[in-house]
Design a protein around this ligand. Structure first.
Ligand code: SF4
Length: 396
């Protein structure tokens, strides 16, 4: 009946589901948009594995001996991330970037980025770091996770030899960043920890040339390499993908406590960081979990590190899920702010009021955003223009 009530199609649109949500085959957990992660109790661990015998016979031009590894002369172990890959001669690592050649560990991802862009800093996302500046952004292939929802799987789940790349060794990256007049360089897109050697050498030269460095990462790195890298880091956006070890194992292929340790180490080392949680329907949509997560953040990191709740769109192995309903993001933002986190953002919803920065003291708009474009900017010398409260972040 026209004009009365809502149609079935309208109902689905309002609920943010789309028509396809109803036609998923029964029996697949991804088919039930209303279920939450309590239904994931028996999910499977998706940890990555070593690729036996997949190493080239010799290093190539874009190789560098690994920075943090041990060797008994035959077998090597990488200590960069918690996977701690043990490689026999001829093996390739979980992240696909490292190989054992003749009892030595080599990175095959050094000077061969497959993605090179100049981005707005807001895209990382970093909302409290040189707003409206641009950032020279690079990535090689490789990732130490296996996220079912990966947005960059075409490069994160590939070997360095399998993609087109540009030759840019560390001094070249710095030279290009200066040529493009970007004040910072980002190690981003795939997983920067898997091209640690390339990132570290570039970051060091960048600092020597007055540029800043930003890490965008899943945070799956061991303490020693992180502390070494932190000397040259000025900012970071680290994913806090959920607050459940089970979800980390089944959705991402990692363990939660290693990521939590990374946040604590960055805090201890004085690196500015922001946190990002992608709100994946049926996986990361439990308000109680978000409340526990915020409690941990407040206790261990304090209220001043911004938290971004990003809207999920169907990708990779989760194409049957709907986009995150905006009301779920709003609810999580409310929870986080009521818990006491000062700066909580909604991402991937252009024009939403939750994308702006509000002074945590007087509540006035400090930075107005429309997508990646900045409107009003009311931070002066790191303080709110209206009430003069210091605003946490890197502003100059
Ligand atoms: S960085 Fe790569 S090679 Fe090293 S432990 Fe992690 S997954 Fe393995």
């Amino acid at each position: 009946m026209k004009g009365k009530g809502i149609t079935r199609k309208d109902f689905l649109r309002i609920m943010g589901l789309g028509v396809t949500g109803l036609f998923c085959p029964l029996g697949s957990a991804d088919a039930f948009p209303f279920s939450n992660n309590r239904n994931r109790k028996n999910c499977k661990d998706i940890k990555g594995h070593i690729f036996k015998g997949d190493a080239p016979s010799r290093p190539w031009k874009w190789s560098m001996e690994g920075f943090h590894y041990s060797s008994d002369g035959r077998t090597v172990q990488c200590h960069v991330c918690p996977n701690r890959c043990v490689l026999e001669p001829g093996d390739r690592s979980v992240c696909r970037s490292k190989v054992n050649i003749g009892g030595k560990l080599y990175s095959l991802a050094y000077g061969n980025p497959c993605a090179v862009h100049v981005d707005p800093i807001e895209k990382k996302p970093l909302n409290h770091f040189l707003p409206s500046s641009t950032i020279f952004s690079i990535a090689t292939t490789g990732c130490n996770f296996r996220c079912l929802n990966c947005q960059n799987w075409e490069i994160s789940q590939r070997r360095p030899e399998d993609v087109k790349f540009t030759e840019l060794f560390p001094p070249d990256v710095v030279r290009e960043a200066k040529r493009w007049k970007t004040p910072s360089i980002a190690y981003t897109y795939s997983e920067a920890i898997t091209f640690y050697e390339y990132m570290y050498d570039t970051a060091k030269i960048a600092h020597e040339n007055g540029l800043r460095n930003v890490l965008v990462s899943n945070g799956y790195i061991n303490r020693t390499p992180l502390i070494k890298l932190a000397r040259y880091l000025d900012g970071a956006n680290i994913n806090l993908k959920s607050f459940s070890d089970r979800i980390y194992r089944c959705l991402n292929g990692g363990r939660l406590y290693h990521v939590l340790n990374t946040f604590k180490t960055l805090k201890e080392q004085g690196v500015w960081f922001e946190m990002t949680t992608l709100v994946v329907p049926t996986w990361v949509d439990d308000p109680d979990m978000i409340k526990r997560m915020c409690g941990w953040i407040l206790k261990e990191l304090g209220p001043d590190h911004p938290l971004h709740f990003l809207r999920f769109f169907p990708h990779y192995k989760l194409t049957r899920l709907p986009p995150t309903p905006v009301r779920t993001l709003e609810r999580f933002r409310d929870i986080a702010m009521k818990e006491g986190i000062h700066y909580v953002y909604i991402g991937n919803v252009p024009g939403h009021e939750g994308t702006h920065t509000y002074c945590h003291n007087c509540g006035k708009i400090l930075i107005q955003r429309l997508g990646y474009t900045i409107g009003e900017l009311n931070i002066v010398n790191g303080r709110c223009r209206f009430c003069k409260t210091p605003i946490p972040g890197i502003w100059e």
